[in-house]
Write a protein of this length. Structure first.
Length: 130
């Protein structure tokens, strides 16, 4: 990916990321490519190597979050790879006032592939917690 970004092949780097790292299946990748957001993601693809490095170096310490009490909505795709689901569950367990909303039939990019469902879930959460 870094080589693709360094050679200006941002779109190919993004496709590689979404397909091989994020685990997006071909149909969802095609849906994502058809959204207005795609070009912005391509333009930002140069940040992917740095972001992946930061993720690989981060050590999650649940105790650091024990005092975070604001209501927190965690979103998960029902069809997301298990590492995303496991991470969401770990954050949920660490945050004392959180809940998980699962988008059945969706993966990690539901905000793009199911925007109406995404918005409804977020607005409902805001209304319930205010």
């Amino acid at each position: 990916m870094k080589t693709l970004v360094e050679s200006g092949e941002n779109e190919q780097a993004l496709v590689l990321f979404e397909r091989d790292i994020a685990g997006l299946p071909p149909d969802e990748l095609d849906e994502l490519r058809a959204t207005p957001m795609w070009q912005k993601m391509v333009d930002a693809a140069h940040t992917l190597p740095r972001e992946l490095q930061a993720i690989s170096e981060y050590e999650f310490e649940p105790a650091r979050f024990a005092d975070m009490t604001p209501p927190t909505l965690l979103l998960s795709g029902g069809e997301s790879p298990s590492f995303y689901k496991d991470a969401t569950e770990a954050v949920h367990e660490a945050l004392p006032n959180s809940r998980i909303a699962t988008f059945e039939g969706e993966q990690h990019m539901a905000m793009h592939t199911a925007p109406d469902r995404f918005i409804d879930e977020v607005v409902t959460f805001i209304q319930e917690t205010n």
